[in-house]
Design a protein around this ligand. Structure first.
Ligand code: EPZ
Length: 416
């Protein structure tokens, strides 16, 4: 197990935001929809990215990095059965369902199962694929999908699930006829996936009401630069505020994290937005605020744990309500060990701000909760150890190195 040992510091400097993890993963799935070469430019070697590439390699797909560009060639795809040793613990493997149905009308995978933040069912995924004519054999452990033909249809999702929206789009781009998806998830990463698919010859249009997909016979290759990671951007902005410093984000899209930026304006940080640059400077003591997470464009659930650290050291009483996942407060117990005063009742955390946290040895249990503990370590007085950082490195590339370049005393060491 590896851990970060953090002695804090004041952040000052610039950091370039990587391509968005939650756009890269569906784009890697989408690459199997063509047997021509797909290049995903500026792709960070995140653990989740590497995990998806192992799954593709096992299917006979060729993948390689040329510098930071990821090159994928699915010409020799030989199987549509996902290896359950590789999919276990990588929930995003479920996105291969839609892509493989789009490519070969067959797919087999084990139930991705729950994770640290919730049960993560896929009923909406399966129900919407059935609407396209997919037969689903499901024994609760293994799912086998097949279709003689995929026929476009008008479908309304019971909940704007990000993954279900992506799976349905991936399965319908080569279906016969028109598919319309109502109540679809509108996260920026989905709109970017649509842009990438259209660059491959798909015919997808979006309105506020629905996504319309006109099925095409074939897709061709592409060279595509994904949008930047709004969750990484938000995490670094919080790091700047929590250390009383200043930070400039390069390759950041302010319009994708307006709910977070609004919270900073409510508290006391100076924010300057300029094209793809966000500049934040801490001014003085932070004020309490309230957050409720929800589907885009509401406050993103992936920034709920990180912003709970800011609330922990903001003067007054803050409340954070997690409306997307049923078990996404795993970091609270660890934050309270560091001196935070947080009480959880159901889906709501009530936080009484303290002046500063103190260093402790804490355990990362999930990706964003682990990132929150790193942020807490930046603010804390004394040394903090965040153990089991593989969770964090699933979604943050070179996180320790970037923080170190920004003036933080942080090293990664093996926990014996
Ligand atoms: C995506 O997960 C993201 N992952 C998550 O980011 C993100 O938190 C989530 O969307 C919400 O924005 C990727 O994009 C790889 P959902 P996904 O389907 O698709 C329930 C991170 O930290 N649901 O929108 O799994 C589900 O249980 C990760 O980067 C069903 O009930 O999210 C959850 O409560 C974590 N049935 C809610 O909907 C279904 O069939 C939202 O899930 C599907 C989902």
């Amino acid at each position: 197990m590896e851990k970060y040992v953090i002695n804090g510091g004041k952040i000052s400097g610039s950091v370039k935001i990587e391509s968005a993890k939650n756009a890269l993963l569906p784009m890697i799935s989408a690459s199997v929809l063509t047997d021509e070469e797909v290049v995903i430019k500026s792709c960070p070697k995140l653990l989740d990215v590497l995990g998806m590439l192992k799954i593709l390699n096992k299917l006979g797909v060729k993948t390689q990095f040329d510098g930071n560009d990821l090159i994928i060639n699915s010409k020799e795809l030989t199987s549509c059965h996902l290896d359950d040793n590789l999919t276990r613990g990588l929930r995003t493997s479920v996105l291969m369902l839609g892509a493989l149905m789009g490519r070969c009308k067959t797919a087999k995978l084990n139930y991705p199962g729950g994770c640290e933040i919730g049960k993560r069912p896929i009923d909406i995924h399966l129900d919407s694929l059935k609407e396209l004519g997919v037969s689903v054999c499901d024994d609760g452990k293994e799912i086998f999908c097949y279709a003689d033909r995929l026929i476009g249809k008008e479908i309304s999702l019971s909940f704007p699930s990000v993954g279900a929206t992506e799976n349905l789009i991936l399965a319908s781009v080569k279906a016969e006829g028109i598919t319309k998806i109502h109540n679809y998830a509108k996260e920026p990463e989905i709109l970017d996936l649509i842009k990438m698919l259209n660059s491959m010859g798909a015919r997808i249009a979006c309105s506020n009401l629905c996504v319309t997909i006109e099925g095409v016979k074939e897709l061709h290759g592409t060279k595509y630069l994904p949008l930047s990671d709004r969750i990484e951007a938000g995490t670094f902005l919080l790091a700047g505020a929590l250390t009383g410093g200043e930070i400039e984000l390069i390759n950041a899209k302010p319009q994708n994290i307006l709910p977070l930026i609004g919270k900073f304006c409510e508290s006391t940080c100076k924010i300057i937005l300029k094209n793809d640059i966000i500049y934040l400077k801490f001014i003085r003591g932070l004020k309490a605020f309230d957050v409720t997470t929800g589907p885009y464009p509401l406050f993103p659930t992936d920034l709920q744990a990180p912003i709970s650290v800011l609330a922990s050291v903001s003067k007054g009483k803050s409340t954070i309500c997690e409306r997307i996942f049923e078990n996404r407060f795993g970091h609270i117990e660890e934050l309270n060990k560091m001196g935070a005063k947080i009480r959880v009742d159901g889906d709501t955390a009530t936080i009484i701000g303290v002046s500063r946290l103190h260093g402790e040895r804490v355990i990362a249990k999930d990706l964003r909760g682990g990132a929150a503990l790193v942020l807490a370590g930046l603010n804390a007085e004394g040394q903090t150890e965040v153990v089991d950082v593989k969770h964090v490195e699933r979604g943050y590339y070179n996180f320790d190195k970037k923080l170190s370049m920004l003036g933080i005393d942080i090293v990664k060491v093996k926990e014996l």
